[in-house]
Design a binder for this molecule. Structure first.
Ligand SMILES: [Zn+2]
Length: 422
């Protein structure tokens, strides 16, 4: 049968509008993990799952899981192998309405289509709505998907939000049992694969005039804190040739990072200095201490590790040439999570069947798939978004593109064959 792309897109938009109305703040969308608004959104999603023909339940982390039984599955059956489709329903502060929520809504609409067509598969389909992807409340990120993957670290329970409330306390207030975290974990036998639909959050698809794209990997990432020390002095009296200006050294280091990333276009390398402290921070004093953080990402780990070494060597040379010293500390190092080729092929075929090109792209942003990769193969389908903008109320995807994304997900599930797993 032919899919009504326009109708699927309109349904997605209406559901996203309904979810976006659930916010901690009156005039903008903010929905952090384990807040009363998270609970309201989770209930709404659970209701939609039930209306679409799934049995909905909440796990120990508050992740809503809708279960669409496989062909001939007895009621209440355990350990049924399943295809997982998911994304998240938490947001950043002052968010857009597509990031995360589109993936959850797409999964629900796909299952609703199967129910309407009386279609069952030899595997179950679970739709997951995670609550802690953005990390906008606690120091953790991806804690709910980590629990699903059996990789939750109980040390995270002690992390506190800006009001001093621990994750442990927030879970109890939400009605969750911290002792039951282990029960959220799926087994490898149950989790056949994980697939996520998400807005691109970058400009590549729009630039190429392409509605959808197949993700090859989620970029690995380093965060390196650099401290540069020079000598303070009077901004008016110390001649330029006699200065040991820590800020100028740091500025040159940032430009060096840019040059290194630009030299690796094939590795989708990106380098950003997004935070910098200049001390003592007076208009008329030459800075003697600067601290900044280099965020370095790439599509694979080896070139990223090499680039970081190159940066540090270059930065040390820059500091020395300017009479400064530097120290560095890489406090975050997250490896690349590669999308499984057999699932990428499945997505490519589903786009083919819709007459769409299937460009491949790297995700520079983190996603729940990084957690899910610990337990199963995963893949992602990116949806074009206007201007590549996300984490912003201006975030936008068209009805047509969202309809195509749901249709592609439907085709993907119909063509899904766990026997193709390596
Ligand atoms: Zn997201």
């Amino acid at each position: 049968m032919t899919l009504d792309i326009e109708r699927l897109g309109r349904r997605a938009e209406a559901m996203l509008d309904e979810l976006a109305a659930i916010s901690e703040e009156p005039d903008r969308l903010t929905r952090r993990f384990l807040t009363p608004e998270h609970k309201r959104a989770a209930h709404l999603v659970g209701r939609w799952m039930q209306e679409a023909g799934m049995v909905a339940a909440e796990d120990a982390l508050g992740t809503v899981r809708g279960h669409y039984a496989r062909d001939g599955e007895p009621e209440g059956a355990n350990r049924v192998p399943r295809l997982l489709i998911g994304s998240h329903i938490d947001t950043v502060l002052n968010a857009g309405k597509y990031d995360g929520m589109l993936g959850v809504v797409a999964g629900i609409l796909a299952v609703e289509h199967f129910r309407d067509q009386n279609q069952r598969f030899p595997f179950a389909v679970d739709v997951l709505a995670f609550g802690d992807e953005e990390g906008s409340r606690f120091p953790t990120v991806l804690s709910s998907s980590a629990a699903t993957a059996g990789a939750f670290d109980t040390a995270w329970l002690k992390g506190v939000d800006r009001d001093g409330i621990s994750l442990e306390k927030a879970m109890a207030d939400y009605g969750l049992d911290t002792a039951a975290v282990g029960t959220a974990a799926l087994t490898q036998e149950e989790a056949l694969a994980y697939v996520e639909v998400h807005i691109e959050q970058g400009p590549v698809l729009e630039h190429g005039d392409l509605p959808l794209g197949v993700v090859t990997s989620i970029a690995g990432q380093n965060r390196t804190r650099v401290n540069v020390r020079g000598v303070a002095g009077h901004a008016g009296t110390v001649p330029m040739t006699l200065r040991q200006d820590a800020y100028l050294a740091a500025a040159e280091m940032a430009l060096a990072a840019e040059a290194i990333a630009k030299a690796h276009p094939d590795d989708a390398m990106v380098a950003t200095v997004g935070t910098i402290k200049v001390m003592p921070g007076a208009v008329n004093v030459i800075p003697d201490h600067v601290e900044f953080v280099l965020d370095l990402r790439a599509a694979s780990d080896a070139p990223r590790a090499k680039a970081l070494k190159q940066f540090i060597a270059k930065a040390e040379a820059i500091a020395a040439a300017r009479g400064c010293s530097m120290t560095h500390d890489t406090y975050h190092d997250c490896p690349t999570a590669a999308c499984a080729p057999w699932l990428q092929d499945g997505l490519t075929q589903s786009l083919d069947s819709l007459g769409l090109k299937a460009p491949k792209l790297v995700s520079g942003a983190g996603h729940d798939g990084q957690s899910m990769a610990k337990i199963t193969d995963f893949a992602m389908l990116f949806v074009r978004c206007k201007g590549g903008i996300s984490h912003n109320p201006a975030e936008f995807a068209t009805v047509g593109d969202m309809g195509l994304a749901v249709a592609a997900l439907i085709k993907f599930v119909e063509g899904f064959d766990p026997a193709k797993r390596g």
